[in-house]
Design a protein around this ligand. Sequence first.
Ligand code: IPE
Ligand code: IPE
Ligand code: MG
Length: 242
Amino acid sequence: MQLKQKIIKDKLPKHVALIMDGNGRWAKQRGKERVFGHENGVNAVKQTVEAAGEIGIPYLTFYAFSTENWDRPKEEVDTLMELLVKAIQTETETLNKNGVRLKAIGDLNSLPKKCYEELAEAINITSNNDKITVVIALSYSSRYEIVEAVKNISDLVKSERINTKEIDQKMFSSFLQTNEFPDPDLLIRTSGEQRISNFLLWQLAYSELYFTPVLWPDFNKEHFYEAIIDFQSRERRFGKTE
Ligand code: IPE
Ligand code: IPE
Ligand code: MG
């Protein structure tokens, strides 16, 4: 039986978040520069979006670039930004055809102008699609996002537009950039590293975590389905008893 057929249709995660890691190591294994790994990582994103679309998962979030990644060598950062522009330019039409709504979270103002504009255009073009929402985390840091939320709430308290007593978890969530998406049910990280690296700290509170040694450029539909099947075997308790 094919992996895909083992997936239980009414037990699907609504939102899967992915930390796409291992591009550099993948390239190194082949005696190439790190950027070669990034170039080959684009295909894994396509595979994942397609796989999620085929089984009907409505939200995907990809961690593409962290705030900390700006500290990598300039050449690598520049290539990553160029790759992003290229990927958006070549893929937007297909995404649109397949009912994908593109969204982005992160400190988007820190992106190079060209990159920001292409992204904004793709988000705009795909804004009415409703089959699957693909969120890309770019220049993203969860601590940054949380601090921004605190600042925004503080401003409203200071100007007496909200009362401190009104601040609860639901309200706090509404000040995060992810406010229109459900919390991830499942987090997948490739490359064997078992850490969160400043990704969705608040939102992952009760997510199931799945780590695979597969390096991101090798990640394909079958790997994604394996992760979903593993997720379906978990018992989620949310702090309660069985
Ligand atoms: C993930 O791969 C892509 C980004 C962080 C942009 P890496 O570039 O981190 O690859 P490794 O972890 O060094 O192998
Ligand atoms: C996390 O990967 C960020 C992205 C995948 C975009 P990193 O490779 O930057 O994380 P660390 O340094 O291993 O924690
Ligand atoms: Mg890495």
